[in-house]
Design a protein around this ligand. Structure first.
Ligand code: CTP
Length: 231
């Protein structure tokens, strides 16, 4: 399927270095328990496969135990700190798509040994994690394209536009994770793609690979606007 996709693809990301993150991070409470979220990694893996089919050199930093296309280089991570290290080591990518649901908070002092029930209910003290996308945006290379994702449950457009501006991104893909069939764990998604110039594109409920196609169409259009010509 990947080979057929490659033949049929517009090849408009030939040679472009694309870094994609996927899945939800797991922040340890003790050696057996963690604080996590509902992200499955399906959207991020579909994005990596789509970019590879269009000729990109793709690195996928993922927490999800799922397959990816044969040419995609997979880097498996678990925590936000591991994802941060893996992403920042590859920060010279031409396009970075942060589809991962990175924990905003983690237990401050994870226990070295399993917490025992008999010792009573533990009190979890949380601390913030580093914002990976904000760190990338702070040292953005000229011509680099940064794409963020936003999972919202209310006032999706308004919050998404604020996030796009606040984080200094080129594109933001917002999904209403409370809508039926959209967001976490589903095979389908319904999103709005926003860009820094004020354009908004509504994508009705469709499969995650089609969402990936639309996201990379927007990336290619953005790169064209910067003077990059696709083959
Ligand atoms: N993100 C990140 N590092 C974090 C948290 C989030 O790089 N520590 C990235 C996500 O991968 C996503 C984008 O930032 O692309 C938006 O994440 P989100 O958690 O929705 O936004 P926040 O700014 O953390 O706001 P809030 O959780 O309050 O909605």
């Amino acid at each position: 399927m990947a080979a057929i996709g490659r033949v049929l693809s517009p090849n408009d990301l030939e040679g472009v270095r694309v870094l994609v993150t996927a899945g939800g991070t797991r922040e340890p409470i003790d050696p057996v328990r963690f604080v996590g979220n509902r992200s499955s990694g399906k959207q991020g893996h579909a994005l990596a496969d789509e970019a590879a089919a269009r000729g990109a050199q793709v690195v996928l930093v993922t927490t999800a135990n799922r397959p990816a296309g044969p040419t995609v280089e997979i880097v498996r991570v678990e925590t936000a700190a591991e994802m941060e290290a893996a992403v920042l080591a590859r920060r010279d990518a031409d396009v970075v798509v942060m589809a991962a649901a990175v924990a905003d908070f983690r237990p401050k002092a994870p226990a070295d040994e399993k917490l025992k029930k008999a010792e009573g209910v533990p009190e979890l003290v949380l601390e913030p994690t580093a914002d990976i996308l904000a760190a990338l945006a702070e040292h953005k290379r000229p011509g680099q394209v940064l794409v963020g994702f936003a999972a919202e449950t209310e006032r999706v457009r308004e919050q998404a536009r604020a996030k796009l501006r606040g984080k200094g991104l080129d594109l933001l893909v917002a999904n209403d994770v409370s809508a039926p069939g959209a967001g976490f764990e589903h095979d389908t998604n319904r999103v709005v793609v926003l860009d820094a110039t004020g354009n908004e594109q509504d994508v009705p409920l469709t499969d995650k690979r089609e969402v990936a196609r639309i996201v990379f169409d927007a990336v290619v259009a953005h790169r064209k606007g910067q003077g990059h010509n696709s083959p």
